[in-house]
Design a protein around this ligand. Structure first.
Ligand code: SF4
Length: 417
């Protein structure tokens, strides 16, 4: 029986670039564990639906527990209640996997793959969401991500490549395929799956990188290499000396030596940053994701320790703002208000449905009505925001400000005096 891998495919972006993260994050609490639990439960629902040939919406209102079967009723804290939104997300995954049925070959769902051959970790294994062992020379490896936050990149996705290689190794199928199609389905971000095809020889070359990185984890357990990709999901962020150093150095870099003595007022930092030249500003901007991750991790760690009744000098827990008032029993209140002879309009807040709800209710069942009502929707442009040069969206050019003055050029082409 295998065990969950420490050098896991999902953590490969971290441990392949920061070998010291493995020992530093051992035993650290996972603040995002509730989201991962929800993801595991939704994967479980997907597997049940594929196994039983059912639609995800049939499970709305039930509780699903990973590695268990759906339980009747609501209210359990040890599983995930299937809501309309969750069922819709799982259904996107089911539709994708079922669309592969016509391709021939065999389908593997939630299949265990051994990882020891690649990472040398005894008994380590991982679970791939879906693989389609096609009869033509292309293997398909698909992964469902139920998070709502960040879009996962499919190109160069180490997790999927490790699964693909381990599956080929385990079933001795290296010679059967010439390419592997990597597929990521993130239904809560976009309903369109993202795909990338890699050649088998490139996958083999990647396996050598994985093997070298796994050796480094043993050989260099104290080498810490911060980067946005590595640190993003690292459990050691709040205690990592290397990450703290990057944050401190970048913060202090812009300050004159005499200004850098704590406590440093915000105005002094702002004034220092305002003097950065473009190169220095870009270098600092490159590290802002790291800063934000570090700050978030430190806040979460302080809260966790205070909740565990540990002392953090200068900090304490206080009661926050009270929550919104709500009825204990809505039906009872409704009956009482009616007994006061209040009208329906007085009792209920009626509001018009949103374009999103209208689309859900009309687009498929009444497309002509939907077309009519869709013409009555306006949508404002997104606000301008800063993105890296590599971002796929086109750059917006801004005209130089004229500070409210109208520029008038002399007709004869001479300079204005
Ligand atoms: S926070 Fe970043 S640098 Fe520190 S151990 Fe984790 S991955 Fe490595």
């Amino acid at each position: 029986m295998g065990k969950h891998a420490i050098l896991s495919p999902s953590g490969a972006d971290r441990w392949m670039t920061c070998p010291g993260s493995v020992s530093l994050s051992q035993g650290r609490p996972n603040p995002d564990s509730s989201y991962s639990a929800e993801g595991s439960d939704l994967h479980e629902l997907g597997a049940v639906c594929l196994d039983e040939g059912t639609h995800a919406k049939e499970y709305i209102g039930q509780v699903v527990l990973a590695s268990g079967v759906p339980l009747e009723g609501e209210g359990s804290r040890s599983g995930t209640v299937i809501t309309e939104d969750r069922a819709a997300a799982v259904q996107v995954w089911l539709d994708l996997i079922r669309s592969y049925e016509g391709l021939g070959g065999s389908l593997l769902i939630e299949s265990k793959v051994r990882l020891t051959w690649l990472t040398n970790e005894p008994d380590a294994e991982g679970t791939l969401d879906a693989a389609i062992l096609r009869t033509d020379p292309e293997l398909i490896i698909a992964d469902a991500k139920y998070g709502m936050g960040e879009e996962v990149e499919v190109v160069g996705n180490r997790q999927l490549m490790i699964y693909a290689a381990s599956l080929l190794e385990q079933h001795q199928l290296w010679e059967e395929y010439t390419t592997v199609r990597l597929v990521i389905c993130q239904p809560r971000i976009t309903t369109a799956p993202k795909e990338h095809v890699i050649r088998i020889e490139d996958l083999r070359a990647f396996c050598l990188e994985v093997k070298k990185a796994a050796i480094r984890v043993d050989a260099e357990p104290h080498v810490l290499v911060p980067s946005t990709k590595a640190c993003r999901w690292c459990l050691a962020k709040s205690i990592c000396p290397a990450l703290t150093k990057v944050v401190e150095e970048t913060m202090l870099e812009g300050l004159e030596a005499t200004d850098a003595t704590p406590p440093i007022p915000v105005a002094r930092v702002t004034a220092a940053v305002a003097k950065f030249d473009p190169t220095k500003l870009a270098a600092a901007m490159d590290k802002t994701d790291l800063f934000e991750m570090f700050i978030k991790a430190v806040r979460a760690e302080v809260e966790r320790r205070l909740l565990a009744n540990e002392q953090i000098p200068g900090y304490k827990l206080v009661q926050g703002k009270r929550g919104n008032r709500k009825w204990i029993d809505s039906a009872e209140v409704e009956t009482m208000l009616k007994s006061f002879r209040m009208t329906t309009e007085e009792i209920f807040d009626l509001s018009l449905i949103s374009p999103t709800t209208a689309e859900k209710r009309l687009a498929k069942s009444h497309p002509i009505r939907w077309q009519k009502v869709a013409g009555m929707i306006i949508q404002s442009d997104g606000a301008l925001s800063v993105a890296p040069e590599a971002d796929k969206r086109p750059a917006i050019s801004i005209e130089a400000p004229t500070f409210g003055l109208t520029v008038v050029l002399p007709e004869d082409g001479s300079d204005l005096v």
